[in-house]
Design a protein around this ligand. Structure first.
Ligand code: MG
Ligand code: ZN
Length: 214
């Protein structure tokens, strides 16, 4: 068996488990977002802001290689959370998410956010049963990221450009990020925000409300 075949088999097995997760989500009428970014882009901070401001019942699956700091922050923000530690794996897969779902009261939630492991590469390859993928790119990471990591931009329905408050201090150009992201994925919705100041977050919250409504 060639390596290509092995990889394809792994992804097909994952897709079957993701479809089963999706069936559970639909049965419970909960809308699910797979949130991805590099480490330190601000996923957990965005979720703290979102939980504080959004008029929906939110649950969070926290994926981290180790530790539970992020789940503790989510609990403190007032949402239900469950921590997954991947013990070295650099992305979440459908099986890991399935194993955590028993810890959450799905029918009591409107929105479930799956915060993936910080990594711009393979989280985009593994479906976990989500209705939509969203990604965060923080401005200081650089405006070359859509060109260098196109898969995640292609797979995401929403791109949140965070840390816009740092724009005067970094050379990255948010117009270039947005232009290159749209070249890869013409349908992508782009939000420029600062999770530190709260600027721009209303449009992101609206996007989540629309996702919930459809
Ligand atoms: Mg985090
Ligand atoms: Zn990985």
């Amino acid at each position: 068996m060639t390596r290509v075949t092995v990889v394809r088999d792994i992804l097909e097995a994952n897709d079957r488990l993701a479809a089963e997760n999706r069936r559970l989500f639909d049965e419970a009428d909960v809308r699910v977002v797979n949130l991805m970014s590099a480490p330190g882009a601000g996923k957990t901070t965005l979720l703290e802001r979102t939980i504080a401001s959004l008029d929906l019942r939110i649950g969070v699956v926290e994926g981290d290689i180790q530790g539970s700091q992020d789940a503790e922050r989510i609990d403190a923000a007032g949402a239900r959370s469950v921590q997954i530690n991947t013990n070295g794996a650099c992305h979440l897969d459908a099986n890991m998410v399935a194993s955590a779902l028993g810890e959450l009261p799905l029918p009591e939630l409107d929105l479930l956010v799956i915060e993936n492991v910080g990594n711009l590469v393979c989280p985009a390859e593994f479906k976990v049963g989500e209705h939509a993928k969203a990604m965060l790119l923080s401005l200081p990471e650089g405006d070359d990221k859509p060109a260098k990591y196109p898969l995640m931009f292609r797979e995401s329905r929403a791109l949140v450009i965070n840390k816009m408050d740092l724009a005067p201090h970094v050379d990255a150009d948010p117009d270039r990020i947005e232009r290159d992201a749209r070249t890869i994925n013409p349908e992508i919705e782009v939000f420029r925000v600062s999770c530190k100041t709260g600027a721009g977050l209303d449009a992101w919250l609206d996007w989540l409300r629309r996702l919930r409504a459809h």
